[in-house]
Design a protein around this ligand. Structure first.
Ligand code: GRF
Length: 316
């Protein structure tokens, strides 16, 4: 299995990092930890990682400006060959350049049910507000603090006698379960048929008068009351593959495409020469390219009156 390579950044006890690391010991875990880095050379988590034979890096941020410090971290992360970054109690505001570098590939765990209680003292704030439930969230990191898309959450019931400490301890238990699961799901989402179908749907449904139906159990997109322009093949006859089928000009184009990249393109059984199958589960799908294919395929089946309208609209 080709596992995602994760660098974990910590500042303190590193128990979430420990949870990520031990989860990664399962042979079917889709990620591995390649580096544990810290801005605090005394972070307890560093010795846990070292004891498990994981590469570590620690340097105090004191006296180093933010951009320069993040550049040092970036260099270490690159050196370790990381494909993703997991923040786990990393108590540093990140520079925009660093966040941009890891756009869509950096996750964080936060001890509240976001969007509630960004920032610090989340448990006390939940208690002060008289909340009945607290919890934790894993989210993608964007430039605004704790505001990126939430990928997963766990609720934790608040008891009448809770203090910030007792509540925090239970939320930590929930964090340790949540983070490895969400990270695993996230790094392997581009092999997950449901996620792949959702990507196609998002793009197919932007075509004019698009409609989704199911054809022989396949998600299928067509023009309302008209012809179909895309099918998604999911595990067809148990082949384990996920692919999109779109219209092409004919046998010549089909042969040319298959010749150009035989792992990605194929002749879809029963569809004939007018269609091409494009694998979506190879892990390197260019979704803009798929959007172009969908637009082209739509155009190939759309009635003249619709394409004319689009052409006219395009001129303004
Ligand atoms: C956790 O509560 C996490 O949600 C927050 O910082 C804390 C880190 O704890 N971002 P640990 O270092 O993983 O024990």
């Amino acid at each position: 299995m080709n596992r995602a390579k994760v660098a974990v950044l910590i500042s303190g006890s590193g128990t979430n990092m420990g949870a990520l690391l031990y989860a990664a010991k399962q042979p079917d875990c889709p990620y591995e930890i390649v580096l544990v880095a810290s801005n605090n050379p005394d972070a307890e988590g560093l010795s846990l990682a070292q004891g498990e034979g994981i590469a570590t890096f620690a340097q105090s941020h004191k006296g180093v400006d933010r951009a320069a410090f993040d550049a040092i971290m970036q260099q270490q992360i690159e050196k370790a060959g990381a494909t993703h970054v997991a923040l786990a109690g990393y108590m540093r505001i990140l520079s925009d350049a660093f966040v941009e570098q890891w756009d869509g590939r950096m996750l964080n765990i936060h001890p509240s049910l976001l969007p509630k209680y960004t920032g610090l003292h989340t448990h006390q704030r939940a208690l002060d507000a008289g909340d009945k439930v607290a919890g934790c969230s894993v989210h993608l990191v964007t430039p605004e603090l704790d505001a990126g898309p939430v990928l997963g959450q766990t609720e934790v019931a608040i008891r009448p006698d809770d203090t910030a400490e007792t509540l925090g301890a239970r939320v930590k238990l929930a964090e340790h379960q949540l983070y490895p699961r969400v990270l695993s799901a996230y790094v392997s989402r581009d092999k997950n048929p449901e996620w792949l179908v959702a990507q196609v749907r998002e793009r197919a449904m932007t075509q004019p008068e698009a409609d989704e139906i199911s054809s022989h159990g396949m998600p299928c997109f067509g023009i309302i009351g008209g012809k179909k322009f895309a099918y998604v093949s999911v595990d067809h006859h148990g082949d384990g593959k996920t692919a999109i089928l779109v219209k092409i000009s004919g046998a010549e184009e089909q042969a040319m495409l298959i010749d150009s990249d035989p792992d990605r393109y194929y002749r879809p059984a029963y569809f004939g020469d007018g269609w091409i199958g494009i694998r979506l589960d190879l892990g390197d799908t260019d979704w803009d390219h798929i959007a172009d294919w969908l637009a082209k395929s739509w155009r190939a089946v759309a009635p003249k009156k619709l394409t004319k309208l689009i052409d006219v609209a395009g001129e303004f």
